[in-house]
Design a protein around this ligand. Structure first.
Ligand SMILES: [Zn+2]
Length: 127
């Protein structure tokens, strides 16, 4: 794996579909400690055992090492391998790649009903 050059300053992308995407040189992947190239905070919530809706965010990241082979995140890794940093000259290209990654991330959202059904089946001893 080719080392990915660090960027000199955080890059904030325009909001896409109401979601903020950031690229920061100061973060490390919690899985492998490699550089985080981009992060996405998406609204996340659930109903707790008291029936109260809990709302928060979950964060998705693009890791220079872990996500190189991912169909949606890999092109972002390649972008930062080729370009030293996001700039006015290439920000449009990066925005397209981030947009595709956001769309893929949204499509991968957890099917909470399926998780609940599987948990109930587990507790019934069916799994
Ligand atoms: Zn990683």
């Amino acid at each position: 794996m080719t080392a990915v050059p660090r960027r000199s300053a955080p890059v904030s992308m325009p909001a896409m579909a109401g979601l903020a995407v950031e690229s920061s040189p100061e973060r490390c992947c919690p899985r492998c400690d490699a550089e985080v190239l981009a992060s996405l905070r998406v609204p996340h919530g659930w109903t707790n055992t008291h029936g109260v809706q809990v709302r928060g965010f979950r964060e998705l990241i693009v890791c220079a090492r872990c996500d190189a082979d991912d169909p949606a995140a890999g092109p972002i890794v390649t972008f930062f391998t080729v370009h030293a940093e996001a700039s006015d000259a290439n920000i449009g290209q990066l925005a397209v790649l981030l947009g595709r990654w956001v769309a893929a991330a949204q499509a991968r959202r957890v099917d909470e009903a399926a998780v609940d059904a599987e948990a109930e089946a587990y507790f019934r001893g069916e799994l």
